[in-house]
Design a binder for this molecule. Sequence first.
Ligand SMILES: [Zn+2]
Length: 118
Amino acid sequence: MSGCEHVSCGSKEKVWLPYVFRGRERGLRPHTYCVKCGLVKRSSGDRPRDIGYYINVVGTLATEQRVTQVQIRLIVQALERAGIDDSYGLDRYQQERLFIDVVMRHTKVSEEIIRKYL
Ligand SMILES: [Zn+2]
């Protein structure tokens, strides 16, 4: 998904899909999608953050929660692979969910603690 320039479909081509806000479905709404890769455009009002924000959080976790340099590198790679910086498709809620999952996969830091840094 990363690397696509994203070209939005026309307004008549929109697809009706569940509208999700903060992880909860709120009925169906027309969604724009990318005609090149098929990714559906983010529909939530929560603006996504750029990847630098999440990398800074990883850095803070490293100094305060005993996360090693090797773990940091694995986390940053996993975030990039998962396309956390693709603001076309991800809203902030989805980014945070992804970030927490990745950090928990590579460290012993709990979700509760990770959330304090977001
Ligand atoms: Zn695309």
